[in-house]
Design a protein around this ligand. Structure first.
Ligand code: HEM
Length: 360
């Protein structure tokens, strides 16, 4: 049976939900921090916004942070791609997947819970106690930011960099405004706070350049080997000689089939590389058939053969429509990260597009 392409793949839906909820949480947390900072300033000019509006906004945005964070965390646990347990969401640094970076997320969540709990019990614990814990909200923000950059699949994608930069810019601007505006802050404290913020910014940029934005981060961040690539034989093999990284055009065909009883479907894509590299790439996606065509992915297999550099096998790590990222490895364990952007002609099933490969 032949069904219309392009694929509408939902197998990784949870993973996408985790990632988008993570990004939204960061934006909301940033908004909450900025509103909190603005809220505490003793207004020297007649306020344009009445204080209670800021108060209410700050409170509601913070509640929204908790709600979206719950989605981020629950989907991360439900999703089967990364082995994240419920305990990993509250106990920092015990996760099998990117322990340090996911652990920072758990730490941010603990800090947020402490802030939320003391806010709810504010009348019981008194203003001073509440205020002391509320300072943790400021600590929570950089911890969450670094968590997102360190554990995110999207960290090196342009939109995530722009989003993170916008969040950093917003908080730094609010902080600068706060310390220069508030009359009760002493000049020395002012200089100290601005100095620390500048040092934080420089460290963040330096770390990002060496870490999440540099090649091989998936492996260095502590992604389990099995997820990086399902390579079996790790016997000594000649080092690949293909020029990597490369960017090439691919062209070929796609074929979709559905089992007799209609419960299983698969898509086989077979392509040849040109303009930038020579070789072949085949992709097999298997799962349940979707109404209206396409496959809800449960398993995948990607094979890249480079005549000058051996054969790499692995699986798709993230898939959106007909674009995917995959991690493949050769028999010696050399890992490549692939990024493919394919177009599939629905009538002829002809495949064309681009493929980028870099060392993982
Ligand atoms: C205030 C708390 C948190 C914030 C603001 C936050 C934000 C983010 C952001 C922005 C990303 C990157 C998304 C992407 O690259 O697409 C991310 C990734 C991730 N977060 Fe969180 N997070 C928080 C807490 C947590 C907690 C408690 C967990 C649970 C263990 C968690 C698990 C993950 C995982 C597994 C990823 C990787 C997703 C991927 O590979 O793309 N996060 N988070």
């Amino acid at each position: 049976v032949s069904v219309t392409l392009p694929l509408a793949v939902t197998g990784r839906a949870m993973w996408y939900l985790t990632r988008s909820a993570g990004a939204v949480t960061l934006v909301l947390l940033t908004a909450s921090v900025v509103l909190g900072i603005l809220d505490t300033v003793r207004w020297s000019a007649p306020p344009r916004w009445p204080r209670f509006v800021l108060d209410a906004l700050h409170r509601n945005v913070s509640l929204l942070v908790l709600a979206v964070l719950a989605v981020h965390v629950i989907t991360a646990v439900i999703d089967s791609f990364a082995p994240i347990r419920l305990v990993d969401t509250v106990v920092p640094f015990v996760s099998a997947y990117r322990a340090l970076w996911v652990g920072l997320g758990a730490l941010a969540l603990d800090l947020l819970l402490a802030v939320a709990l003391t806010s709810a019990l504010r009348h019981r614990i008194g203003f001073r106690g509440w205020r002391a814990v509320h300072w943790l909200a400021y600590a929570c923000w950089p911890v969450a930011l670094v968590h997102g950059l360190g554990s995110g699949t999207d960290a090196s994608l342009k939109w995530m960099i722009v989003l993170s930069l916008a969040c950093v810019g917003a908080v730094l601007a609010a902080l600068a405004w706060r310390v220069t505006r508030a009359r009760e802050i002493e000049p020395n404290t002012r200089i100290l706070v601005l100095g620390l913020a500048a040092a934080g910014l420089v460290s963040l940029v330096a770390w990002s350049a060496q870490g999440p934005l540099a090649a091989g981060w998936s492996r260095r961040a502590g992604t389990p080997k099995a997820l990086l690539a399902s390579s079996t034989a790790r016997a000594a093999a000649p080092a690949p000689t293909a020029a990597i990284p490369f960017s090439a055009r691919v062209s070929g065909t796609a074929r979709q089939s559905v089992s007799e009883d209609g419960t299983a479907a698969s898509v086989d894509i077979s392509t040849t590389l040109g303009q930038g590299a020579r070789g072949t790439m085949t992709v097999k996606i298997a799962g349940q058939p979707l109404q209206g065509g396409g496959v809800s992915m449960t398993t995948s297999r990607v094979t890249l053969s480079l005549p000058s550099g051996g054969t790499y096998r692995g699986q798709i790590a993230s898939l959106q429509g007909t674009s995917f990222q995959a991690s493949v490895a050769d028999s010696s364990g050399q890992t490549l990260l692939l990024r493919a952007d394919l177009q599939i002609d629905p009538s002829t099933q002809a495949v064309s597009g681009s493929l980028e490969a870099q060392r993982g």
